[in-house]
Design a protein around this ligand. Structure first.
Ligand code: GLA
Length: 379
């Protein structure tokens, strides 16, 4: 409902001819973490929590962030931190000589920012989608995805493409099984009768740009390079993963072996998870979630005490089937699969326990699986 209210508020302001209202979702990732930039597999889904944008023709370029009560006129050199995502897209349009009608834009969100649910990609993809419509660029979704990926890299994060593919192509009640080598995907029905996907936001805010995320991505490139030299193959962890077994990596250093073994195991987990979801094998889904978290905590080392606490709590709760940290790590959210008739009780218990441990409560959300970015209204 909150999304509907935000849409109505935007519609009351953006009500002139050639006004556009866009909804751009966040995403969860069922499994396949830190595999996208390693050319592996992942299984994300777009969610109802979203960024909403209203655009109308205007005599000056102005962007207003309602939730922050901040504005940016695009000629201002002093920019709020969120402006970087808008600027990256405007730079693309400038570079490609694409026409851009002068607009005034307001955005607001039901999607929390900094919660590991891809709010930055949601802004980037939503804005690009809006400009594509408003200015009749007619760029197809596939190309929009790659423009958004490049734009976000320019803003400092050496991320993959999982977020952008799921935001552009999400499908209600489906996850996307993405092959990150060629960016192709299959829709996998994700509704599990009597179980609810649930997000717990640690409220420990992290920024990928400031975190160790880039460091992991660079280390993986280094591993791919070492393997390429050692085995005489192309520099690509996917080839390593498909052609060699764990026993053959004696030449790597201890940390490198851990990272590589995590990536290999996580790719296998994505395939196993897809089968388990399709066959509704709930107990196997639960074990895969927990083992994914173990890998991220111990081998890939991108978890943090708050996330570990939430997963350990879930492991002891009879309401939870499985849980793991989600996204880049170092804070953000965890994903839990909860028995549907226990969600309220679980929410209360985990919130209380977390508050006693860390002094503040987490935010808990139902992860309703939605369509990708959409045009809600055009005047
Ligand atoms: C962030 C990045 C994604 C992906 C995840 C980790 O969300 O934006 O591309 O790498 O971290 O799986």
């Amino acid at each position: 409902m909150i999304g509907q209210e935000l849409i109505q508020k935007l519609e009351s302001i953006h009500n002139q001819t050639d006004s556009w209202i866009i909804k751009s979702p966040g995403r969860i990732n069922i499994i396949g973490e830190h595999t996208d930039y390693n050319y592996g597999f992942c299984l994300p889904a777009a969610i109802e929590l979203a960024v909403f944008m209203g655009l109308s023709p205007s005599n000056k370029f102005q962007i207003n962030a309602w939730d922050r009560k901040e504005s940016w006129n695009i000629v201002d050199t002093i920019r709020p931190d969120w402006a970087v995502y808008f600027k990256a897209i405007l730079n693309y349009a400038l570079k490609e000589n694409l026409p851009v009608k002068t607009f005034s834009l307001d955005f607001t969100a039901s999607l929390p920012s900094g919660a590991g649910l891809s709010s930055s990609s949601s802004i980037t993809c939503g804005f690009l989608y809006a400009l594509n419509l408003m200015n009749s660029w007619n760029i197809p979704l596939e190309q929009l995805t790659s423009i958004a990926v490049t734009a976000e890299k320019e803003s400092g994060v050496e991320g993959g493409m999982m977020d952008q593919i799921s935001i552009f192509n999400g499908s209600k009640d489906h996850a996307l099984l993405i092959d990150c080598l060629d960016w192709s995907f299959k829709k996998i029905p994700i509704l599990l009768a009597n179980y609810q996907w649930t997000i717990v936001d640690t409220k420990v805010k992290h920024k990928l740009i400031d975190s160790d995320y880039n460091n992991r991505s660079r280390l993986c490139k280094k591993i791919a390079n070492k393997c390429a030299n050692y085995f005489g193959i192309e520099e690509n962890l996917r080839i390593v993963y498909e052609q060699y077994s764990k026993e053959e990596f004696g030449f790597l250093e201890a940390q490198e072996k851990n990272l590589l073994s995590y990536v290999i195991e996580e790719n296998d987990r994505v395939k196993a998870m897809t089968k388990s979801i399709l066959s509704q094998d709930i107990s196997s889904i639960g074990s895969l979630l927990f083992s994914g978290h173990e890998g991220l905590r111990n081998k890939y080392q991108v978890s943090c005490p708050e996330l570990d606490f939430l997963i350990d709590f879930a492991a002891k709760s009879s309401a939870a089937i499985g849980a793991r940290m989600m996204g880049g790590g170092f804070g953000g959210s965890s994903l839990h699969l909860i028995k549907e008739n226990c969600t309220e009780e679980f929410t209360q218990e985990i919130s209380q326990a977390y508050r006693s441990k860390f002094g503040f409560a987490p935010d808990v959300y139902k992860a309703d699986i939605s369509n990708g970015v959409e045009l809600i209204n055009k005047k």
